[in-house]
Ligand binder design. Structure first.
Ligand code: G4F
Length: 352
């Protein structure tokens, strides 16, 4: 069996865990990376250099290859597909920050919408069978009319990011039915880890908690503490991506824990893990968190972190993934907060 995979977005959180997952299964893994003046490969460095940042010997150096390319330059992508002939393509690249999608809607729609269409067109022309994973999102449900959401719930996005993902997901369905392409969309709810980008709320909280616990920062500024999300653990989600491409037939799957907690709950668990008990008073923009022992304010609220519209009631029903893929996420919400806070604190201490 040809075990060659191509990952777009390999340097991101999911891309790095997926690369590990596939390498452990014996795949040759190719990653598409954009050229930039500064390297942004810290999440996969340990896979590329013998001894890596963990000190563990890398077994994967020869089976992991990076290629310069850009989804905005489809000729280069087509050329790469011809050269590598990957049997599995995991499309994870794109502008992934929902808040930012209000600031740069055109780039967001270009990268998350049109680039996916370009990739689908390139795959449609291949003369070998290929299986395609598209990273869709719970943001497509936006303000859902029912919950928990499943694969039948209609899309109702409330931000440019969700609109672009809905466009791309529907196109995957069209290419599946019109051309028989093995295209699957993972409708993933929030999934986090110590490799999460620092401007997502979970990582912002756990890094802030670690720095405050270490005496390196005094205050953490956040937006809407009442926002609730269905938070899972990223390594479990990449396992589902792989399983989707091993299934007999292509389909879309909701990937979710089925449980939600608020930003406030997440922050409380992260700080508690590091010995700081938060006490919240009031609601809305006047809310502050306090250290009970010293009385010092450690969380402030700033309107700039509020969004023009924020999805509400996003909680997923992953029954289909459980039944068809035998996939059940185990780490949820506040447990994710605790493990991320601990990892950030330990990394900070070992760097001191
Ligand atoms: O961490 P967030 O920025 O993630 P969001 O918007 O839910 O999107 C993430 O999950 C989606 C579903 O899987 C993905 F499609 C998407 O690519 C991304 O991975 O914000 C979570 C919640 C929001 O309601 C936001 O308003 O946290 C609230 N929040 C409160 N204070 C904040 C902050 N978000 C950020 N980024 N920064 C804050 O200070």
């Amino acid at each position: 069996m040809n075990k060659t995979a191509l990952i777009t977005g390999i340097t991101g959180q999911d891309g790095s865990y997926l690369a590990e997952h596939l390498l452990a299964k014996g795949y040759a893994v190719h990653g598409l990376v954009r050229r930039a003046s500064m390297f942004n490969r810290s999440r996969i460095d340990h896979l590329r250099s013998p001894g890596g940042r963990t000190g563990r010997p890398s077994v994967s150096v020869e089976r992991l290859v990076l290629h310069y390319g850009d989804l905005a330059d489809l000729t280069s992508v087509r050329r790469l597909l011809r050269k590598l002939a990957p049997r599995e393509v995991y499309h994870l690249a794109g502008q992934s920050h929902v808040g930012l999608s209000f600031e740069i809607p055109e780039v967001t729609c270009q990268e998350n919408g049109m680039a996916t269409l370009g990739l689908l067109e390139a795959l449609r022309d291949l003369d070998y069978p290929v299986r395609f994973y598209h990273a869709a999102s719970s943001e497509m449900f936006g303000s859902p009319r029912s919950g928990p959401q499943n694969e039948q719930t209609s899309f109702n996005p409330v931000n440019p990011y969700g609109c672009a993902k809905a466009f791309a997901t529907q196109l995957c369905r069209v290419y599946r039915s019109a051309y028989g392409l093995f295209a699957c969309s993972g409708i993933a709810y929030n999934h986090e880890s110590p490799r999460r980008g620092e401007n997502f709320v979970t990582r912002k909280i756990t890094l802030g908690a670690a720095r405050i616990a270490a005496g390196k920062q005094s205050v953490l500024t956040l937006g809407n503490l009442d926002a609730r999300r269905d938070w899972g653990y990223a390594p479990e989600y990449v396992a589902a991506m792989w399983r989707m491409l091993q299934a007999k037939a292509p389909a879309d799957y909701v990937l979710a824990t089925g449980k939600t907690c608020s930003v406030r709950d997440f922050a409380t668990a992260a700080f508690a893990e590091l010995g700081i008990k938060l006490k919240f008073s009031g609601r809305g923009t006047a809310e502050t968190g306090r250290r009970t022992d010293t009385g010092a304010i450690v969380i402030r609220i700033a309107p700039r972190f509020y969004r023009a519209t924020d999805p509400s009631h996003l909680v997923g029903n992953a029954a289909l993934a459980k039944k068809a893929l035998n996939w059940t996420p185990k780490v949820t919400g506040t447990a994710v907060a605790r493990l991320m806070a601990r990892a950030d604190y330990d990394a900070l201490m070992s760097a001191m």
